[in-house]
Design a protein around this ligand. Structure first.
Ligand code: MN
Length: 130
């Protein structure tokens, strides 16, 4: 079965770039442009990995991740934070918020698919543990 990637991003230019970058990988790409939509889609579709812009309108990405992590269904879903400002105290805040890692925007089109593939394969190994 195809793996599902949920892209949560309010800037269509960034969304399009990520979508184009991941297209050759044959994932199912789901898209949300705000936190409410992200939570609805996550609940309905159970994505295998989530790309989360932290700077969203209304609910921030930090709040969305917190809500996801409170739900046992998403406690282990890999989440990659996307931020234009990954420096200083934000790094620790991003990890503390429940994100597994972060990438700076605009995303590196070579790095992104590699990171995603690695995280998905790691997740499968974790699942296969007795
Ligand atoms: Mn944004």
């Amino acid at each position: 079965m195809k793996e599902k990637i949920l892209i949560v991003e309010d800037n269509p230019v960034h969304t399009r770039l990520m979508e184009m970058t991941l297209m050759p990988k044959n994932y199912v790409i789901l898209k949300a442009t705000n936190g409410e939509e992200a939570l609805d889609i996550a609940t309905a579709e159970h994505p295998d990995l989530i790309l989360m812009d932290l700077n969203l309108p209304q609910m921030t990405g930090f709040e969305v991740v917190k809500k996801l992590r409170e739900n046992p269904a998403f406690s282990h879903t890999p989440i990659i934070a996307l931020t234009a400002y990954p420096l200083g105290g934000d790094r620790q805040r991003i990890i503390d918020s429940g994100c597994d890692m972060y990438l700076a925007k605009p995303i590196n089109t070579r790095e992104l698919p590699e990171v995603i593939a690695e995280m998905l394969s790691q997740r499968q190994k974790d699942n296969s543990q007795p």
